[in-house]
Design a protein around this ligand. Structure first.
Ligand SMILES: *Cc1c(COP(=O)(O)O)cnc(C)c1O
Length: 494
């Protein structure tokens, strides 16, 4: 073959095998995590000006396998329970690679287009959503929330004979989005991007279980109605990222109807929790939501860059996000017999979204669900929810540990404590425990605040985690806390 371009377009198995060998070594998570400690080494190796002449594929593979991958992010490690980050499992990784090469666009008549539709339908089926909801894959929860709230904005303004997607927002109307103070910050940004303004989101107090306080919500809706403020949407978090609390969806559906608003459910993390039969009642009303969000790249452990939004009214969603079609896209809309994949665009998603070119994500969700089925996912959800409960009961049995929020899903918020310590000392002590946990690297949870108290917050979504890491974290927090606080229980060195 005559090379016509500087890029290698062959040698794929050789390149991928080299990378995969390095990835398999990485995925054993052996030895200490050196990414942080060796930052100066990999930075100086990588931080170069743009090369004038290329170094060739072999140099790329060498740096990938020797410098980059070994210093990669170890969120797949069994002891990692921090944030909402997880490393993909094997089938999703393979599917992502397949899509990158053989499905570089998700449209036209080909399996990667069809699998967008199949995978969205599978998600709808496993979450028991109404069959006519229009789904669309997104890059994650951020864009999925933007899609849902964009549809809400369209609906509320169309009722006032305004098309906001076409004409923008009128200056003389005031808008409000209602959420609890536990709402994810991307919902607030979505309000900014949609022109409603971040300040249009009211963050209402939660009850003792960290759920939306319905009396406060009603009060805010009534007072805004009296002021002529337009309620664009009520946002229910189904699994807050702080504690995993699930807002009362069903009651919020009713309030949304009463105030002629829209009910949006942000379940980026927690919507899959519905598969746990113990928790299913908490999702009552989900089938009546106007829009909802779920992130396959969280609990389903799909490769990152895979979120999904579902909107009940397909035509409305189309009006909210349609593009003005370009001439060059018109040609391939033939309705006759398909003799080429390019005769037809297949199922179109770019009019339900903010992306045109996008990776094939359906194939990833398809691969994972084909591999483990709904039952496999359900087992994972139940196992992880059990982890949080097991940890909570260990914490309750230990006089030097304190539970800060009863787990709903797979998050357990707790802290180390000594009865004679002030709040400020406890805060400092627990922050230091979290720093040491990160430095040791064996058990890495994240932290948050629960009712203004600093909390250690493991969130279990990692398929590799076992009960040993759950107990290990509890033991380690206890040990580090004891070391820092000293034997007498006095504040010691702190
Ligand atoms: C993770 C998360 C988001 C943000 O989603 P990304 O996929 O990170 O963009 C929004 N809301 C909730 C409840 C989340 O858990």
């Amino acid at each position: 073959m005559v090379a016509v371009d500087a890029s290698e377009t062959a040698r794929l198995s050789e390149a991928i095998e080299a990378v995969v060998r390095a990835l398999e070594a990485f995925n054993r998570f052996q030895g200490p995590d050196l990414a942080g400690r060796e930052e100066s080494i990999w930075r100086s190796a990588l931080d170069r000006p743009v090369p004038r002449s290329g170094a060739g594929l072999d140099a790329v593979l060498r740096e990938l396998t020797q410098t980059i991958i070994p210093h990669g992010l170890r969120v797949g490690d069994a002891g990692f329970s921090g944030w909402m980050a997880v490393a993909p499992t094997t089938s999703g990784t393979a599917a992502a690679l397949a899509g990158t090469v053989a499905g570089p666009q998700r449209w036209w008549v080909q399996p990667f287009n069809f699998l967008e539709t199949v995978a969205l339908r599978w998600l709808a089926e496993l979450l028991e959503l109404p069959g006519d909801m229009q789904g669309t894959f997104t890059s994650g929860g951020s864009v999925a929330n933007l899609i849902g709230l964009g549809a809400a904005r369209q609906r509320v303004l169309e009722k006032h004979a305004i098309d906001p997607a076409r004409d923008g927002l009128p200056a003389d109307m005031r808008f409000r989005i209602y959420a609890s103070d536990q709402v994810h910050h991307v919902v607030i940004r979505a309000a900014g991007v949609l022109g409603l303004g971040r300040s249009s989101v009211v963050r209402l107090p939660v009850d003792r279980d960290q759920r939306m306080d319905l009396a406060e919500l009603r009060k805010a809706l009534e007072s805004d109605r009296a002021d002529g403020v337009i309620p664009v949407a009520l946002v229910a978090s189904a699994g807050t990222v702080n504690t995993g609390a699930i807002d009362p969806i069903d009651e919020m559906v009713e309030l949304a109807a009463e105030f002629e608003s829209w009910l949006h459910v942000d379940g980026a993390y927690g919507l899959f929790g519905k598969l746990d039969p113990r928790l299913a009642p908490l999702y009552r009303g989900l089938d009546k939501a106007d829009s909802l969000v779920v992130d396959p790249h969280k609990w389903l452990a799909a490769p990152v860059g895979c979120g999904a939004a579902f909107v009940r009214d397909r035509a409305l969603l189309g009006r909210a996000f349609t593009t003005v079609p370009a001439d060059y896209l018109e040609g391939a809309a033939s309705t006759g017999e398909v003799s080429s994949p390019f005769d037809h665009f297949g199922e179109l998603y770019h009019n339900f979204n903010v992306e045109q070119s996008a990776p094939s994500r359906g194939v990833q969700v398809w691969a994972i669900l084909r591999e483990i089925g709904v039952d496999g996912l359900r087992e994972r959800i139940i196992r992880h929810n059990d982890f949080a409960r097991r940890l909570a009961s260990r914490v309750k049995d230990d006089e030097h540990l304190e539970l800060l929020a009863e787990p709903t899903l797979s998050i357990c918020c707790f802290r180390y404590r000594r009865p004679d310590m002030e709040e400020a000392q406890l805060e400092e002590l627990n922050a230091e425990i979290a720093r040491r946990l990160r430095a040791e690297g064996e058990y890495v949870p994240s932290t948050t605040r629960v009712a203004s108290r600093f909390a250690i917050r493991p969130a279990y979504i990692n398929p590799r985690t076992t009960v040993a890491e759950v107990d290990g974290l509890a033991d380690r927090v206890r040990r580090i806390g004891d070391e820092l606080a000293g034997p007498g229980g006095a504040a010691g060195e702190l």
